[in-house]
Design a binder for this molecule. Structure first.
Ligand code: GDP
Ligand code: MG
Length: 166
C-alpha cells in the first residue's frame, strides 16, 4: 500500500511540526514566523505494510505580493493527484477567515479530507467541543482528529486513518 497525502492550512497551525512528527525527524523548517515553508517538502513514512508520502505546503493566506501568490498556487496544486488531504487548524483559536479559505478550497476535492485539530495541549476538553462543532458546521469532513503534534497525542490514530485511505 502506498499513497500521497497533502497537509494544508493557514500559517502557524503546526503543519510542519506534524510532518516532522510523522517522519520522526526534522525535515521541514519550523518557525513562529509565517511563510517559512516556501516549498513543498515531502516526508516519507514507511513501515511493514505501507508507504505514505506527505506533502507539506506553505500556509494558505490571501496573497499580498507575487511571492505570496506563487506560494498559494504551490499549496493549491498540492491538492491534485493525491489520495487524501489533511486540513490542519489550531484548537486554541476560533475558526478564522484563513481557515475558511482553506475549507472552501477542499470542498471541491473528491478525495477524503480529514480535519486535524492541532494543539489540543493548549485547551481543555470543554473548550475543545465547541471548536469541533464549529468546524463540523463548515464542512462534512470525512474524519476529525484532535491531536497535539508537539506532544504526540492521537497522532497514531491519525496515521491509522490515513492508512485506510491510501
Ligand atoms: P506551520 O506554519 O503550519 O508549518 O506551523 P509550524 O509547524 O511551523 O508551527 C508553528 C508553531 O506552532 C511552532 O512554534 C510550533 O512549535 C507550534 N506548534 C505546532 N504544533 C503544536 C502543538 O501541538 N502544540 C503546541 N502547543 N504548539 C504547537
Ligand atoms: Mg510550515
Amino acid at each position: 500500500k502506498s499513497g500521497f497525502i497533502t497537509i494544508i492550512g493557514r500559517p502557524n497551525v503546526g503543519k510542519s511540526t506534524l510532518l516532522n512528527r510523522f517522519v520522526g525527524q526534522k525535515v521541514a523548517i519550523m518557525s513562529d514566523k509565517a511563510q517559512t515553508t516556501r516549498n513543498r517538502i515531502q516526508g516519507v513514512v514507511t513501515d511493514e505494510e505501507s508507504q505514505i508520502v506527505f506533502i507539506d505546503t506553505p500556509g494558505i493566506h490571501k496573497p499580498k505580493h507575487a511571492l505570496g501568490d506563487f506560494m498559494l498556487n504551490a499549496a493549491y496544486s498540492a491538492l491534485k493527484g493525491v489520495d487524501g488531504i489533511l486540513v490542519v487548524v489550531n484548537a486554541s483559536e476560533k475558526i478564522g477567515p484563513g481557515d475558511r479559505l482553506v475549507i472552501e478550497r477542499v470542498k471541491q476535492a473528491n478525495i477524503p479530507v480529514f480535519l486535524v485539530i492541532n494543539k489540543i495541549d493548549l485547551v481543555t476538553p470543554d473548550e475543545l467541543l465547541p471548536i469541533i462543532d464549529s468546524y463540523r458546521q463548515e464542512h462534512d469532513f470525512d474524519e476529525i482528529y484532535p491531536i497535539s503534534a508537539t506532544e504526540g497525542n492521537n497522532v497514531d490514530a491519525l496515521v491509522k486513518g490515513i492508512k485506510e485511505i491510501i
